[in-house]
Design a binder for this molecule. Structure first.
Ligand SMILES: *Cc1c(COP(=O)(O)O)cnc(C)c1O
Length: 390
């Protein structure tokens, strides 16, 4: 292609026009520690409260619940663990099928596997990059049937228990349509909100829609605790159960070690929660900067033919966790060359995840036609997105 080199250089220049000029290399998403991180972490060390309980764990949970508008937040060791417990909480059992996007990070599928359940992959759409609700509805009409109030896959004879939409790069999926599908087919809705802290669907923070939702505070997310996650719920009983299941199911007692079921040590250490409290204080500022960065990218890329900056869906306010560009079909075959070019020119850029069913352990799982997810995966590139870049 004759104008390929020019196309690559145009994109490089557009990105560099937006990004800081004084850096040799710009990472995809670096954390920012500009608040009280040192003070709170030092307090943990000074007082000896570094481990699995402490005031920062309690404060982080309370602050998270307040920010997201849920009744209860339970802090855990990472986002994958949060998803695992969410699935158990809605009753996912061995041999159940769980509907989830083929286009997601591996954690969504792994959490389903930890329950000895089977991921069932669904397509994504171009307006949200998440689950295509309409296509899912049409698909379920064909393959699902309700038996005694529960949904079954007619083809595999397995129960379909839940659907786990994921808010890709912080862009909320069509939750209203998914809620309707869940009602119609007797499914539980579990939001994988790992990427969407600070993202709103029709004015409500993501993670409020189903019974439970999962957040992640990994090092590359909008705020970080080093590693960490949280379970969100508006059902106080489920919240109590979430805490119980993630803290070895120990019954409260002055000295006795009584546990009433096999459970998990998924606690977030106080040290990490201290970091989380300081990060959460800065979240509104991070979100403002990320939105400005996205606006600047959009403006800078607007006049380049062959590439489109991905904007938040209608009725949504995204956190713009990771900014994304989509190449036009004619440039799709050069995605890897463009990735190499940008990375060689000091800009850390990445493709989206490999679709789950292309990975060996998930190759034989049930799936619908995922033509749109395949198209997105061929054409999407993530560009530097940290809140310190502006
Ligand atoms: C980050 C992430 C998770 C959780 O990851 P952890 O590293 O376990 O915190 C889950 N799902 C998605 C889509 C993610 O991006």
């Amino acid at each position: 292609m004759a104008n390929k080199e020019r196309f690559f250089a145009e994109i490089e220049q557009a990105l560099k026009q937006v990004l800081p000029k004084d850096k040799q290399y710009i990472a995809l998403h670096e954390p920012t520690f500009a608040g009280k991180e040192w003070e709170y972490v030092k307090d943990c060390l000074d007082t000896g409260w570094v481990s699995s309980v402490g005031k920062y764990v309690d404060k982080f949970e309370a602050d998270l619940a307040e920010f997201t508008g849920v009744k209860r937040a339970v802090a855990v060791v990472n986002g994958t663990a949060a998803l695992h417990i969410c699935l158990l909480l809605v009753g996912v059992k061995a041999e159940d099928e769980v509907l989830m996007p083929a286009l997601t990070f591996i954690a969504t599928a792994n959490a389903v596997s930890y329950c000895r359940a089977v991921p069932h992959f669904i397509d994504s759409d171009f307006t949200t990059l998440g689950v295509d609700a309409q296509k899912l509805d049409e698909y379920l009409t064909k393959i699902a049937e309700i038996r005694a109030g529960e949904c079954y896959n007619k083809l595999t004879n397995r129960r379909i228990k839940a659907v786990v939409p994921m808010h890709t790069f912080g862009h909320p999926v069509n939750l209203t349509a998914l809620e309707n599908i869940c009602q119609k087919y007797k499914l539980e809705l579990v939001e994988d909100a790992a990427e969407s802290l600070g993202s709103y669907y029709k004015g409500q923070h993501t993670g409020n829609c189903g019974k439970v939702a999962a957040l992640s505070f990994n090092g590359n997310k909008t705020i970080t605790t080093g590693g960490g996650g949280a379970i969100l719920t508006n059902d106080l009983e489920l919240g109590t159960l979430a805490k119980h299941l993630t803290t070895t199911a120990k019954l409260a007692h002055r000295w006795e070690f009584r546990h009433d079921q096999v459970a998990y040590n998924y606690r977030l250490p106080n040290l990490n929660a201290a970091l989380g409290c300081a990060q959460l204080e800065q979240l509104p500022g991070f979100l403002q900067k990320k939105r400005l960065l996205a606006d600047n990218y959009q403006a800078a890329l607007a006049n380049i033919k062959g590439v489109e900056f991905f904007k938040e869906p209608a009725d949504c306010k995204s956190n713009y966790w990771l900014n994304a560009i989509l190449l036009d079909k004619e440039f799709a075959p050069y995605r890897d060359e463009l990735l190499a070019y940008l990375n060689e020119h000091g800009l850390m850029c990445r493709p989206v995840w490999n679709l789950m069913y292309t990975l060996p352990m998930y190759a034989n799982c049930p799936k619908m036609d995922c033509a749109q997810a395949e198209d997105i995966a061929r054409r999407l590139i993530n560009i530097p997105s940290g809140s310190s870049l502006i």
